[in-house]
Ligand binder design. Structure first.
Ligand code: ADE
Length: 271
């Protein structure tokens, strides 16, 4: 997979040389190219921003440097392949595991992390006519720029590429992984020693009974999801809930609705 990042802070992307993404690059699984947006300016001050039309606080990134930078990146593909443009912005659609999977299937991603109040809208419109463009937010908070979002998205995507994680099974049980445990958070995990500071591990994990271990893990996933992400329980597909799941949710105070979904305990709804 090829990744290009156009930024005014190339050094911010240094972590792409480290750990999982760094190794994937070293192994040739990822071709990462970072470009300095200021090299596509032509004035003495390498200006990339200007005041917003209509007034208001902050500055807006000028369209011309972005246009030149993106034309140059796109042309470097030799015209055979068209990249997918990923625009990090707090106004984008939420970045989810599903979107990470979608991106991991694409051969070439180009990221345009912005500073200031964002990029002149005409840039997104212009490239939207030629490329698939995804405006993506990594969460409901505002960063000083999109570079940290690029690091987040890149790591989530890179670990899905074949041959990047040691064990191809390791993403199967991820929180948010599509499949049987869809929409549940992963439960707690333990390793040796069997006792640490007087704390043991749940007996069932050393029982050797695979069925009981799977059941216990699923229960823990439900308990954690109820505690941390009740919205995910509400969205659970009723067809994925077995009898045991239903009685566990009922025991935790959740109500079964006529369509088989579960609703929050009354006291939470009234808050
Ligand atoms: N740029 C600033 N805040 C952001 C966010 N939450 N997600 C993606 N890009 C951003």
């Amino acid at each position: 997979m090829r990744l290009d990042v156009v930024t005014i802070f190339p050094e911010y992307l240094e972590p792409l040389n480290v750990s999982l993404v760094g190794k994937a690059r070293a192994r040739g699984r990822l071709d990462v190219r970072v470009h300095d947006l200021r090299t596509f300016t032509h004035d003495r001050h390498n200006t990339v921003d200007d005041t917003p039309y209509g007034g208001g606080p902050g500055m807006v990134m000028k369209p011309e440097p972005w246009g030149e930078a993106l034309d140059s990146v796109i042309a470097s593909g030799g015209g055979e392949e068209r990249p997918t443009l990923v625009v990090p912005t707090p106004s984008g659609r939420p970045f989810t595991q599903e979107l990470a999977v979608e991106f991991s299937r694409r051969p070439w991603l180009v990221f345009t992390p912005a500073r200031y109040e964002g990029i002149d809208r005409r840039v997104i419109e212009e490239y939207g006519e030629r490329l698939d463009v995804f405006e993506v937010s990594i969460g409901d908070y505002v960063l000083a720029g999109g570079e940290a979002a690029v690091l987040v998205i890149t790591e989530a995507v890179a670990r899905l590429l074949p041959g990047v994680l040691g064990n191809a099974e390791s993403h199967r049980d991820d929180s948010f992984a599509p499949g049987a445990m869809a929409n549940l958070l992963e439960g707690p995990v333990y390793t040796k020693p069997p006792e640490w500071r007087g704390r043991g591990i749940p007996e069932v994990l050393v029982s050797g009974h695979h069925g009981k271990i799977a059941r216990w893990r699923r229960d823990q996933a439900f308990r954690r999801t109820v505690a941390n992400r009740p919205d995910l329980i509400e969205r659970c597909d009723p067809a994925e809930l077995d009898k045991h799941d239903r009685s566990l949710l009922a025991a935790l105070g959740w109500r079964e609705l006529p369509d088989g979904r579960f609703g929050r305990p009354a006291e939470v709804v009234e808050e």
